[in-house]
Design a protein around this ligand. Structure first.
Ligand SMILES: [Ca+2]
Ligand SMILES: [Ca+2]
Length: 377
């Protein structure tokens, strides 16, 4: 098979080299024939055949015809045209059509001239074939990219679940060793004053993107606000944060056994980097801080400042009043209103792949649906 563009190009070269006008060129039974119009209008069929294509097959005339003496009678009939074909595999091949000799020089070993009786094969591609291959690759890429994106998303969710589980285990081990929760005196006092639990929220951090109204700031409790860096200082036994700021665990006052309860990756960054940053904040795979709530009023229930909201925690499919809690949360009546708590001492959650929360939707809807939780999943 010969690519059409190359056929045309070679034909034009032959035409220019021998100074003849090309009437037409065509393929017939795999044989390219170029009809020339010379002198008295004789048609000169030049049998040329080659296999494989190349973009720049060079053609050079090495012997010019003696026009009048030999005339064009040799070529009046295609049947009288000597069918001389180049030898297959030679770098330079002579197409001899007396009195002309046309040399076709192959630019690379990819193009080989062969006789028509020789078995054909090729190593090159036509433009159409290349376009077909490119189109197939594009279609496969379009099919694979969403699957890869989903796989990457699931991998991050799994990573977040593992990290949340590791934090829960670290807190429970610390509690078992010291018979207290790993937190500062400020958190303890705030919880005691409010008579409730304490949430390590987004203090001194960018607010979570929020839908449904509100600031997206996750409150801690009372007048004392902080984030999970305090917890990490104790669980990782950090005397100072990587940025040099002293922690609440300076001189190991909160962890005198100097035990490292958590194996978290430390990252040389302050914002939006997964892992424990220079500021000591443990961020999820999407760069948002883990929100952690500890039971500090010792009732073995944790009340998170976000998921205690009945709008978020109430199960919309429940017909009862109050509604059943989303993912196992328990409604508790306080001063005529209901809040929701977890039947356990620790709650940890992440805003998930969309990095967003919604204050007006239940926990299993909208922006809250992809949140990664330490409970009920
Ligand atoms: Ca509690
Ligand atoms: Ca979310």
């Amino acid at each position: 098979m010969t690519c059409g563009w190359t056929s045309w190009w070679v034909a034009k070269q032959i035409e220019s080299r021998i100074g003849a006008k090309r009437q037409s060129s065509f393929f017939k039974k795999g044989l390219m024939q170029i009809k020339l119009v010379e002198g008295r209008g004789d048609r000169v069929p030049l049998p040329i055949a080659w296999e494989d294509c190349s973009w720049q097959a060079r053609v050079r005339v090495v012997a010019r015809p003696v026009r009048r003496d030999s005339g064009f009678s040799h070529f009046r009939s295609p049947s009288r045209v000597p069918r001389t074909f180049p030898r297959a595999g030679s770098r330079r091949n002579i197409l001899s059509v007396p009195p002309w000799k046309i040399r076709v020089t192959l630019p690379s070993s990819l193009m080989k001239l062969k006789s028509l009786n020789h078995r054909r094969f090729r190593l090159g591609f036509t433009l159409i074939e290349l376009l077909v291959v490119i189109s197939i690759i594009a279609i496969l890429a379009a099919l694979l990219l969403p699957a890869l994106s989903r796989a990457k998303r699931q991998a991050k969710i799994q990573q977040s679940k593992l990290e949340i589980g590791s934090i829960v285990n670290a807190i429970r081990k610390y509690e078992a060793d010291y018979n207290r929760m790993p937190c500062s005196s400020g958190a303890m006092q705030a919880a005691a004053t409010a008579g409730t639990d304490f949430t390590f929220g987004t203090d001194r951090l960018p607010d979570l993107p929020v839908a449904g109204g509100g600031s997206g700031h996750i409150l801690s409790g009372g007048t004392y606000q902080t984030n999970n860096a305090e917890l990490m200082a104790i669980l990782l036994d950090l005397d100072a944060y990587p940025n040099g700021q002293l922690t609440i665990n300076t001189n190991h006052v909160k962890n005198p056994q100097k035990s490292k309860y958590l194996n978290a990756s430390m990252v040389n960054a302050t914002t939006n980097a997964p892992g424990v940053g220079n500021d000591g904040v443990y961020r999820d795979p999407w760069g948002n801080p883990y929100i952690i709530t500890l039971d500090l009023n010792n009732d073995e229930r944790a009340r998170d400042s976000f998921y205690s909201n009945p709008t978020i925690a109430g199960d919309p499919s429940s017909a009862s009043n109050p509604k059943s809690g989303f993912n196992g949360l328990i409604p508790k009546q306080i001063s005529g209103t209901y809040v929701y708590e977890l039947n356990g001492p620790v709650m940890i959650w992440s805003a998930g792949p969309d990095r967003t929360v919604n204050t007006a939707l239940p926990g299993n809807k909208g922006e809250n649906k992809d949140n990664v939780l330490s409970w009920g999943q």
